[in-house]
Design a protein. Sequence first.
Length: 339
Amino acid sequence: MKKIKDFTLEELKEELKALGEKPFRAEQIFHWIYVEKVKSFDEMTNLSISLREKLEQEYTLSNFNIIKKQESQDGTKKYLFDVLDGNAIETVLMEYHHGKTICVSSQIGCKMGCKFCASTGIAFVRSLTAGEIVEQIIAVEQDIQDKISNIVFMGIGEPLDNYENVIKAIRILNHSKGLNIGARHISVSTSGLVPKIYDLVKENIPCTLSISLHATNNEKRSSMMPVNNAYPIEELIQACKDYIAATNRRISFEYALAKDNNDNLEDAKALVKLLKGMLCHVNLIPINKIENGSFTKSTNENIIKFRDYLNDHGIVATIRRELGSDIDAACGQLRRKNL
Ligand code: SAH
């Protein structure tokens, strides 16, 4: 059965036309799903009963069930959702002073194989559909009875390895007649799939692009992130420069600091050299230890020194607050869990 949340409003209008209905019905349905957040076609009371029945036969609303919900001492919530085919994914909700941010998964498992990430080591199953990405936001909003203001594609999976569905999900989330979450409040994080960065330029969606950099030379980066063998640092940085030139948008570089690996002054110097003059921001993430992982967190002293060196040399850098680590909800700790 077709999943109704997989359609943009424009596509839904075509679907309705094919059912012999007027396109404005699509707007009504869109409103019920994304503004009223109803869980059944039956609740769409301004549609005729016969249309509701027709929708019921052709489509599913595919509401996720919450299998498990954990709450951290800092207020972060981690959800394990049943995606209705025997698989499960994790989604995290974080509270910041500027609003609620949700960290969504884009795939069930991940193919990238980053050595420091908990999503590695469990077999990749499949990409999520656009509707399954969007449903994570709806299900959390339903649960907390509140609006989410920011979305980061930093959960399980590589969003640019599920390009079409991620773009479609952003268009659905962004729509003024639906959830109406501004593209500027949406961040897409990539391990560095260079051709897709060029594709993203053409979409004309003003979301934030985050690049998981983590190292400044190919030897070290390849040892942490196998994707670097396919798209080495020079190609990645060139793509970022081209992206900035074409969009005039600032890129955010993520750099996870691991003790005695990439956190010394030489690394900071190399990072300044690499990023000098680019319209960018560096997000320093104290690396989170994962089960059987060999990377450990840098000392607080080193993290601060690293940040200060960057800031003193013209690169704006901030340290990401660690949220949800007591419930394994921090960066890189999400896994696909079997039901
Ligand atoms: N695949 C995408 C998005 C998912 S990961 C990407 O690679 O960007 C989101 C961020 O968390 C990435 O920057 C990733 O490198 C980082 N991350 C992964 N494991 C981590 C860990 N153990 N500690 C800190 N950050 C981690």
